[in-house]
Design a protein around this ligand. Structure first.
Ligand SMILES: *Cc1c(COP(=O)(O)O)cnc(C)c1O
Length: 441
């Protein structure tokens, strides 16, 4: 059967791997090697001139990592994918690859704390300016802030930590009107809940550390391309300039686009960024990500169902001031979530406690099933006070801009029994607000 005939749940355990090519091994073997034998000098010549495909050195390619790349590409309907050492490498390499040498990225404040920090600490030093819209939902603001040297729009499809939903189709249209790509971070949604390429996204990045793997045991990132963006429109000379390395059989230099076509973007990340910046994914971590991916649908379904139960519970508590999740009552993202995320808007969200700093500390310290640490999408449920941790490097003004007030608590809901999780939170409410009746009396 052709890959295109297979559905998601088959692809997530089988795509990109043929046992016949690996000694009939049922599990994907871990090719735990730094380097690959070149065979003979003729073969080496072909490999190094890219006229024959083969592995050379694990920093730029490895068969175990390759299965992960092919599998994620199949799950998201991408033309090509590349695995990197972390989600941060995936974000940074993608944005550098599109804007390197000078340019601007237009984005929002509704992004992962590390991404937000990197915008001010890293990009300007590399001659890339970051512009941010103040309201991700305001399409006219996006349109009006695009400048002649803006090279891409960048959003998280479901934002960290507030579960803001991006209007991908509308943003892709605005990007394409301006001959620039839409780059999305789809970490919170995972390909099970959302395939952004279907809605016009050109580049999709993941922290595979999170729900993709789902077991909190490896750091990994992925970059995917749709194969549809026209890199030859004059704005991206890095894809059309001739490269000596890619000479054809008659010795003519070819560009990334000529040599790699619908894999030009990810191949450029491989050849320029993995080769020289070097955040390669190790084969064993790729193996763990593949293992985690096998149960992606089952885990995410349970997480979404648990998250919705916990949101219903939180809505009954008078100590809760607000809840940021499309499933919460009154969320302004209901219609976008219905369109883009019919299977659920993920299991990570924030809520505000009407509480003193001391009470918030007691609340978090009282949770015993929820683990207190900075990760998301894990099979275990997690709790964290984002303003003091994951978004702690933001100044108070930046926290305000990113809509993370001091009373914010982020939950990432796992696959445990939902009643146990609710009892754990009930106990935390009890401890944090134990003096309340006395106060009132
Ligand atoms: C965690 C995260 C990242 C960074 O990923 P790492 O694998 O930790 O480097 C990027 N984007 C989002 C949305 C994240 O949640």
């Amino acid at each position: 059967m052709e890959i295109s005939d297979l559905s998601f749940d088959t692809l997530k355990v089988r795509a990109g791997y043929d046992p016949k090519e690996h000694n009939y091994s049922v599990a994907v073997p871990v090719y735990q090697t730094a380097s690959f034998d070149l065979g003979d000098t003729d073969r080496a010549g072909r490999l190094f001139s890219f006229s024959e495909f083969g592995y050379l050195y694990t920093r730029v390619g490895n068969p175990t990592v390759d299965v992960l790349e092919k599998r994620i590409a199949a799950l998201d309907g991408a033309s090509a994918a590349i695995a990197v050492g972390s989600g941060m490498a995936a974000v940074t390499y993608s944005l550098f690859n599109v804007a390197e040498g000078g340019g601007r990225i237009l984005t929002t404040a509704q992004v992962y704390g590390g991404t937000f920090d990197s915008f001010k600490k890293i990009y300007p030093n590399f001659n890339i300016e970051i512009d941010q819209v103040s309201d991700i939902d305001h399409l006219e603001e996006w349109r009006s802030k695009i400048k002649p040297d803006t090279k891409a729009l960048f959003v998280e499809t479901i934002s960290n930590p507030n579960a803001t939903i991006a209007d991908i189709e509308a943003l892709a249209a605005i990007a394409h009107e301006n001959d620039i790509p839409l780059i999305v971070d789809n970490t919170f949604a995972t390909p099970y809940l959302l395939n952004p390429i279907k809605y016009g996204a050109d580049i999709v990045v993941y922290s595979a550390t999170k729900a993709l793997n789902g077991h909190g045991n490896a750091i990994a990132g992925l970059i995917l391309e749709s194969g549809k963006f026209n890199w030859a429109n004059g704005k991206f000379p890095q894809f059309t300039a001739p490269v000596y390395l890619f000479r054809d059989s008659s010795g003519n230099e070819r560009s990334f686009l000529e040599a790699f076509g619908t894999a030009a973007f990810t191949t450029r990340v491989r050849i320029n960024y993995l080769a020289y910046f070097g955040a390669a994914l190790g084969p064993f971590d790729a193996y763990l990500a593949l293992l985690g991916l096998e149960t992606l649908s089952e885990r995410v379904q349970k997480q979404v169902s648990n998250a919705e139960k916990i949101i219903r519970f939180l809505e009954t508590r008078e100590e809760v001031a607000w809840i940021n999740h499309p499933a919460a009552k009154g969320s302004k993202y209901k219609s976008l979530a219905k369109k883009y995320l019919p299977k659920g808007a993920g299991s990570i969200f924030t809520f505000g406690l009407k509480a003193s700093e001391e009470q918030i500390k007691t609340f978090i310290d009282s949770a015993t099933i929820f683990s207190y640490h900075a990760n998301v999408g894990d099979a275990r449920s997690l709790i964290i006070n984002s303003p003091k941790t994951t978004h702690g490097e933001l100044t108070p003004e930046e926290q305000k801009f990113a809509k993370i007030p001091p009373e914010t608590i982020r939950l990432s809901i796992g696959i445990e029994d939902p009643d146990d999780l609710i009892r754990d939170l009930e106990n935390a409410f009890g401890n944090a607000f134990s003096n309340k009746s006395e106060d009132v009396a």
